[in-house]
Design a protein around this ligand. Structure first.
Ligand SMILES: C[S@@+](CC[C@H](N)C(=O)[O-])C[C@H]1O[C@@H](n2cnc3c(N)ncnc32)[C@H](O)[C@@H]1O
Length: 184
């Protein structure tokens, strides 16, 4: 097996696909709007590191009409997102200007430069988060990093916790953590 393919499989074992629910996304984006200056139709840029089936970037683009980029390593999920965008286009419920704001890129999230983004979303696992320091270092000052379910521990010198949101999901209480990139 080629090293690249092996790396891709290993990456998905370290961080498998799980989806942020639509209900959670509504709450998470409400907080971004109310507390972190997310503006509908603005030139702000959103990125999801490990985009899964595209739930997050589709929500971002359709509801806020901002540039929404998803980084994903799994080709099957990428095809799923492309199919979803195609169906949205066919349904003609949204303008092509809005749909063009959804972009999916096959890439390793550990190689991503964050300097262009205002909002960085991730639903990751504590076991792989420790390898993210060099990625967060590329974010611009003031960028908001949103971590669903798990706090980002060990990055005190580069990101600052600003807010914690509690979301009731069936029987459990799920937290979302909002950090700001700081240049100390
Ligand atoms: C927990 S899911 C989150 C999906 C989506 N962000 C959401 O919240 O609905 C994590 C995703 O990251 C992808 N992934 C894992 N390692 C990756 C890597 N190194 N580069 C890019 N994507 C990766 C997985 O394939 C999976 O789809």
């Amino acid at each position: 097996m080629k090293v690249r393919k092996q790396y891709e499989l290993q990456a998905q074992l370290s961080l498998p696909f799980l989806s942020t629910s639509s209900k959670a996304l509504t709450h998470i984006f409400n907080v971004l709007e109310k507390r972190f200056s997310l503006k509908k139709g603005s030139t702000q840029k959103f990125i999801d590191l490990g985009a899964g089936n595209g739930n997050v970037i589709v929500h971002s683009a359709l509801n806020y009409s901002i540039s929404s980029l998803g980084i994903e390593i799994n080709e099957i999920l990428i095809d799923e997102i492309k199919e979803r965008i195609k169906i949205l286009k066919e349904k003609k419920l949204y303008s092509s200007k809005i749909l063009h704001k959804i972009v999916i890129k096959k890439m390793d999230l550990f190689q991503q430069d964050l300097s262009n983004f205002d909002f960085v979303y991730l639903f990751s696992l504590p076991t792989m988060q420790k390898y993210l320091k060099h990625v967060f270092l590329t974010a611009k000052e003031g960028a908001i990093i949103i971590s669903y379910k798990y706090p980002l521990d060990g990055f005190d010198s580069i990101i600052q916790l600003e807010y914690v949101l509690d979301i009731k999901q069936e029987k459990e209480l799920v937290k979302t953590y909002y950090y700001k990139k700081v240049n100390f």
